[in-house]
Design a protein around this ligand. Structure first.
Ligand code: PMP
Length: 462
């Protein structure tokens, strides 16, 4: 019998023969086992997983009760399809309604984050009879045609793929650290929200159907809007009858210290799309809305269906995930332990020249790395050094991408727009303060090294 690889590299080499992948995005470790915050690679080395898988495993890897719920459901019935109602589907929708503010009440389930946004776009078109959308520059909503068309990213996400479906107008993000409108700190006059209104009134029919936004722009670098910005956008939308759609793919169900991130800003969106943090590990997404919108769309002939919509197995997993989060007060844990971690990160911001800004909510935190606080130039080499150091020392943040051609200013710009100068910290929401200490110690040691090397490089240039 052919022997299987026993090393990470062995699996990566075998995979390169059969898998369609981008090598530069392939992690150097091959996880084969996980337990809580930790995962182990093919060679038995342990890592602290500060990315919760792909920001999905809210309870940590293979939480025993979650695994048991999946096993139990798998032993009963796993797949039924769109025509059938599954008990776990009903109970999950009910649970979501219980933790959501009114009037959010009805859910449709499918699999991925992209699909949830795609489905929300179809629902909105049917309900409103309109088709234009507003979205945020730098925002990310997925890879399928519709969700891609509302994604405000250029460069590698667009280059070579032909025309993007039309109908979306983009507004500037509320990115205070790199604001295009007020260059100095502390002078925010909501210029970006005024610009948003101007875009809506000049680049659309004046009555777009909906705005899609991440309440915390995560992939863009954990950008947290101000409450004033959110309120102003809500006003602009209300005046024009524009529906608000919060994409809570990775902020949903406790991660930010509230059940939903939008709750930090005093608004209730018309529609919420949820994915990663909902299923806990299985591919599950939801489009959540009011009975008025859901029933109104159905009356107009909206038909949501998909092969795995509301599958018993997926919904049983999602239900176990939410019940454990609720029972174990993990929303509060995210708030408290997130606050503790933020305190540690803030101290690093005060101590190190290359830590430009730390920001985030709950356990959805980020650290923007710069060459120096004055210039705020993105420090991609620093990111590469820190991620490599953390990986070697057992803290998993992201694939350490070697920085090559970074003297090309255009490439730098695309990297900056993609938020690649920001490290994201999103451990399972079960994480403890002791575990945060363990991770932050490794991170700080990596930052110290990057700080010294950045200073040396500046001295050579200078
Ligand atoms: N929306 C947001 C805010 C996301 O972060 C992501 C994934 N990173 C998606 C949508 C797309 O989700 P998926 O990859 O599951 O299609």
């Amino acid at each position: 019998m052919e022997s299987l690889p026993t090393t990470n590299q062995g699996w990566i080499d075998l995979g390169s023969q059969y898998l369609l992948r981008q090598p530069i995005r392939t992690a150097p470790l091959v996880p084969v086992r996980g337990e809580g915050l930790y995962m182990w690679d093919a060679e038995g080395k342990r890592y602290i997983d500060f990315q919760s898988g792909q920001l999905c495993v809210a309870l940590g890897h293979s939480h025993p009760e979650y695994v048991q719920a999946v096993r139990d459901q798998a032993g009963q019935i796993m797949q039924t399809g769109t025509a059938f109602i599954a008990p776990s589907e009903v109970l999950l929708a009910k649970k979501i309604a219980e933790v959501s503010p009114d009037p959010l009440q009805k859910s449709f389930f499918a699999c991925t984050g992209s699909e949830s946004n795609e489905m929300a776009m179809r629902l909105i078109r049917k309900y409103t009879g309109r088709f234009e959308f507003i979205a945020l520059m730098r925002g990310y909503h997925g890879q399928t045609a519709g969700s891609w068309s509302i994604t405000g990213r250029g460069g590698m996400l667009r280059d070579g793929y032909g025309p993007v479906p039309t109908g979306t107008a983009f507004i500037p993000p509320p990115y205070s650290y790199r604001c295009q409108y007020c260059k100095d700190d502390g002078c925010c006059n909501l210029g970006c929200a005024d610009a948003a209104e101007y875009v809506i009134d000049t680049a659309t029919s004046g009555k777009p159907a909906a705005i899609f936004f991440e309440p915390l722009l995560s992939a863009a670098g954990q950008i947290v809007p101000s409450e004033a910005w959110m309120q102003r956008i809500a006003e602009i939308c209300k005046a024009r009858d524009i529906l608000m759609v919060a994409d809570e793919a990775l902020t949903c169900f406790g991660r930010t210290g509230k059940w939903f991130a939008f709750e930090h800003f005093g608004i209730v969106p018309d529609i919420v799309t949820c994915s990663k943090g909902l299923g806990g590990a299985v591919p599950l997404c939801a489009v959540l809305t009011s009975a008025e919108i859901a029933d109104g769309a159905v009356e107009k002939g909206f038909q949501p269906f998909s092969s795995h919509a509301g599958d018993p197995l997926l919904c049983a997993a999602g239900l176990a995930n939410l019940e454990i989060i609720d029972r174990d007060n993990l929303v509060e844990n995210a708030r408290v332990v997130g606050g503790y971690m933020m305190g540690k990160l803030k101290r690093m911001q005060d101590t190190y020249e290359i830590v430009g800004e730390v920001r985030g909510l709950g356990l959805c935190l980020g650290l923007e790395m710069v060459t120096d606080k004055q210039s705020r130039n993105p420090n991609f080499q620093g990111i590469a050094m820190v991620t490599q150091y953390c990986y070697e020392n057992g803290l998993w943040l992201q694939t350490p991408v070697p920085v090559t051609d970074i003297n090309d200013p255009l490439q730098q710009k695309f990297m900056e727009i993609s938020g690649l100068q920001t490290l994201r910290f999103m451990p399972p929401i079960t994480v403890t303060t002791e575990q945060v200490d363990e991770a932050m110690e490794i991170l700080e040691a990596g930052i110290k090294i990057a700080e010294e090397k950045t200073a040396q490089a500046a001295a050579v240039v200078g």
